[in-house]
Design a protein around this ligand. Sequence first.
Ligand SMILES: *Cc1c(COP(=O)(O)O)cnc(C)c1O
Length: 325
Amino acid sequence: MNRLTLVHAPTPLVTRERLSEQLGIELWIKRDDATSGAESGNKIRKLEFLLADAVAKKSTVVLTCGGIQSNHARATAIVCAQLGLKCVLFLRVDDLSAALPRSGNVALDRLVGAEIRLVTRAEYADRVNVLDLAAKELASKGETPYVIPEGGSNGLGAFGYVEAMREVRSQIAADERFDFVAHACGSGGTAAGIALGAAKFDVAGTVWVVAVCDDRAYFEAVIARIVAEAQKLDSSLSTCAKVVVDDASRGPGYAVMSEEQLVFLRKVARSSGVILDPVYTGKALFGLAQAVERGDIKRGARVLFVHTGGLPGLLADDSVLEPDA
Ligand SMILES: *Cc1c(COP(=O)(O)O)cnc(C)c1O
């Protein structure tokens, strides 16, 4: 399988004593917020496979989509600039006439010269067709387009997280494993890759998947589809860890935290220096803490939390600070 080297691997695997105590578990953090520089986060693990495929197919332009402050869109735009590929981003906004933000992920998209096409929520719901139509139009103009689905989440992208589990295996003793791997889920590709990789490399028996937007039924179906796609591409991925989709910590909406979640995010930052973002990792670690509180994860369990990144989005959202800070 074609693969680029984008990740500075292995990313650190660390413990944070006060955070472990606060949560009541043996917490290990896989620092995938530190996979690289400005393009950091979980998405470049998927892009190692997706953009290698784009290059192998002699593509000239890459199309993808996401929310206005999409980490995936930003990572894709930056790596495309590194590879000399054009990049077209379809970004979802509530108001097409509002000015484009000059901060966070979008600022980086603009800095590296990605073409940004804003789409409404209704158009975004039809994103597969929107991307497909735009690709056809570019092809008719002599380009060779390569479409990456939302979040880079398909069977090929999922290999990035199968390989991340191989990496974790190389960082722990032969007889060591975790009770759970826990992480934030927004488009399902990370969950699918972790579930396959955790089984293949005997890293953990269960993946605790914290949904940040859609509900359990939605993500169970999406993850199952991506797992099946990956298994079709690689027959060695015959087994899959147990996937538990936890949709109890989604908060008020995508990219919006409850007051309780904001308080948690601040407390974690102050007590341990672990910086979580409000869209993904903050909700994921909050969800994990709640699962321990409820007794769904037993106290003292050995948990690998995958920190998937999201710093640019945090820097564009001042709601994480107390109003009078
Ligand atoms: C995209 C993203 C996720 C979710 O990963 P999916 O594979 O889309 O489910 C989690 N955390 C961060 C910071 C992300 O950017």
